[in-house]
Design a protein around this ligand. Structure first.
Ligand SMILES: C[S@@+](CC[C@H](N)C(=O)[O-])C[C@H]1O[C@@H](n2cnc3c(N)ncnc32)[C@H](O)[C@@H]1O
Length: 307
């Protein structure tokens, strides 16, 4: 998918993520973070920040008031989109906005949020010693499946101050279901292959957390220096209501089909005509408001093990 389409995908995804985030994990985060003030702002790091959806969400949900926020992403295009979008959104909502070369400042009587955009590869950026023990909160949303957990997670946790929290959300966990079934064996073959492409994806020259990033995170967390405080499911469940999808969600389903199509197009394990038939039928189900999608994901909240 090209960057323009991916931006559109992230845009539609925001509302779906808003309702999918696990509320018990979210409320535990809200209850555990100490209060920030203008004089003592939170130091926040977000990895894989994309077009800035999480920053917007945290302000909309009345969580982020006073903060120095580093939004890191490997793509300068996404970060520049993040800066534009957040600037427009904040202005539209009556917040003051100032932009300069490295970032954006959003403020009013109850907000002062300095956002710095960093276009760099996450592991490289985290490896520098000056990042250690810097952050009160580290966020990674729909991101950790893309990295090698055993090397990235210890670095991420080292970035936290004593008592600092991590909030790792929407970690894909091995289940994609398109309903209703077309032909069960064909559905199964396609989904298995789709997950396999995630399992084979490399982060640099190491395996990425892949299709089971949620449970793998839980497995390696303690060894990496993290204590789990709360975990819960943040599944996407997308369906039409009386034949119509909520705003933009049919587009989201088509984006997911495009991802399946792109990841399997070079695979010899599936017969091209069968795959084409499957895709056409799935698109037709969207046209008719009949396709539903369930994707299993996990949210994790925790803190660095002190000492
Ligand atoms: C699935 S998107 C999620 C974006 C955003 N968190 C959201 O959910 O709207 C993953 C993001 O991670 C970024 N990314 C992927 N690998 C990265 C890496 N190794 N270092 C930094 N950013 C990376 C991509 O550019 C992309 O913006």
């Amino acid at each position: 998918m090209d960057e323009t389409s991916f931006i559109e995908y992230l845009d539609v995804k925001k509302a779906i993520d808003d309702r999918s985030l696990n509320s018990s994990v979210w409320h535990a985060l809200v209850a555990t973070m100490p209060k920030a003030t203008r004089d003592h702002p939170w130091q926040v790091l977000e990895l894989g920040a994309g077009i800035g959806s999480m920053i917007q969400r945290l302000i909309e949900w009345d969580f982020l008031h006073f903060a120095c926020y580093i939004a890191l992403d490997a793509s300068p295009t996404f970060l520049s989109e993040a800066s534009n979008r957040l600037g427009h959104w904040a202005t539209h909502n009556g917040l003051g906005v100032q932009a300069d070369k490295s970032g954006l400042s959003i403020s009013d009587a109850s907000h002062e949020i300095q956002i710095q955009f960093v276009a760099q590869e996450a592991q490289q950026w985290l490896s520098a010693k000056e990042r250690f023990e810097q952050f009160d909160l580290v966020i990674a949303h729909a991101f950790l499946d893309l990295v090698h957990l055993e090397t990235t997670l210890p670095l991420l946790l080292k970035g936290l101050r004593n008592e600092g929290l991590f909030y790792f959300t929407l970690n894909f966990d091995g289940l994609t279901v398109f309903e209703p079934p077309l032909e069960e064996s064909l559905d199964e073959q396609i989904i298995c292959l789709y997950h396999r492409t995630m399992e084979e994806r490399l982060a640099g020259n190491q395996p990425s957390a892949g299709a089971y990033s949620g449970r793998r995170l839980m497995r390696v967390l303690h060894q990496a220096g993290g204590d789990l405080l709360r975990a819960g499911a943040s599944d996407w469940v997308i369906h039409a209501v009386q034949g119509k999808y909520p705003s933009g969600e049919d587009r989201f389903l088509r984006f997911l089909l495009q991802m399946v199509e792109e990841s399997l197009s070079e695979r010899s394990e599936i017969e091209a005509t069968k795959f084409r038939y499957w895709l056409e039928q799935r698109h037709r189900q969207i046209d008719q408001g009949q396709l539903s999608l369930i994707v299993h994901q996990l949210d994790l909240l925790g803190r660095r093990i002190s000492g």
